[in-house]
Design a protein around this ligand. Structure first.
Ligand code: F6R
Length: 242
């Protein structure tokens, strides 16, 4: 595990974007694993900037996202497909047909999970996977549990996540109760992994992820077993490593 200490969110975003910049330059038809959430927004902004300046070409890039809410389609502004369109895909020359997010509207989620796994395999696997991390160590929607979830699967959202999301929906019935997520095994098969984290709330979990025991109670701790992981953290998330 390589840990890169950055001075602030901007610096973290630029360094993470630089890794994707060189990945795309070295392999223009790279398969990128992408994440949603607040952490990667700055990374995507930097990639868009380099694209606008003519320094980056996404025309051959393919992407697979980590996760999606079950029940939401891409037109719903709370869906992860919508997020990706808004924060990256609409602003660069990626072919949308080459961008993949699990289908939250699939009738059979088990079949969708298998389809998604097969899709990643058919693309030749993920060249570089971007990850954020939850305060409890979750990556994708792989929450702390008694065993590592291996492949793409449907996940029950915790009551606290459902409650926290409620404000974005008109009625409680509209709030997603489950999601579909790559498993830890899917993520671990990526050739390179870049995990980004910022802010003081992430400091303890970054320490546990890097130096704690490898346990499904801290799903991100599995990354210690991966041969090519770069953790890029700002000064506040680095605090407990000092
Ligand atoms: C998003 C995802 C999640 C987030 C995590 C951190 O696709 O897979 O695991 O990366 O919840 O979210 P933020 O970046 O909002 O702190």
């Amino acid at each position: 595990m390589k840990i890169i200490h950055c001075k602030d969110y901007d610096d973290m975003s630029k360094k993470a974007a630089a890794m994707f910049f060189s990945q795309i330059h070295m392999k223009p038809d790279s398969v990128l694993g992408l994440a949603t959430g607040s952490t990667p927004i700055g990374t995507y902004k930097q990639l868009i900037k380099w694209y606008e300046e003519g320094d980056l070409d996404f025309s051959e890039v393919k992407s697979v996202n980590l996760d999606e809410y079950v029940g939401l389609d891409g037109t719903n502004d709370q869906s992860y497909r919508y997020f990706m369109n808004e924060n990256l895909f609409n602003h660069v020359n990626i072919n949308k047909d080459n961008t993949n997010v699990p289908n939250g509207k699939a009738e059979d989620m088990d079949a969708e999970a298998l389809r998604y796994e097969a899709l990643i395999k058919s693309l030749g696997g993920i060249d570089m996977q971007l990850l954020g991390i939850g305060n409890n160590g979750h990556i994708g929607f792989n929450e702390p549990s008694d065993a590592f979830d291996s492949i793409t699967h449907e996940v029950k959202l915790t009551e606290s996540t459902i409650q926290a999301n409620a404000r974005f929906f008109e009625t409680m019935d509209d709030v997603p109760k489950t999601a579909i997520s790559m498993g830890i095994g899917t993520i671990m098969k990526a050739k390179k992994i870049v995990l980004i984290a910022n802010g003081p709330k992430k400091a303890d979990i970054i320490y546990e992820t890097c130096f704690g025991p490898i346990t499904p109670n801290v799903p991100a701790s599995a990354l210690q077993l991966h041969p090519d992981v770069t953790i890029i953290v700002d000064d506040e998330a680095y605090a407990t490593i000092l």
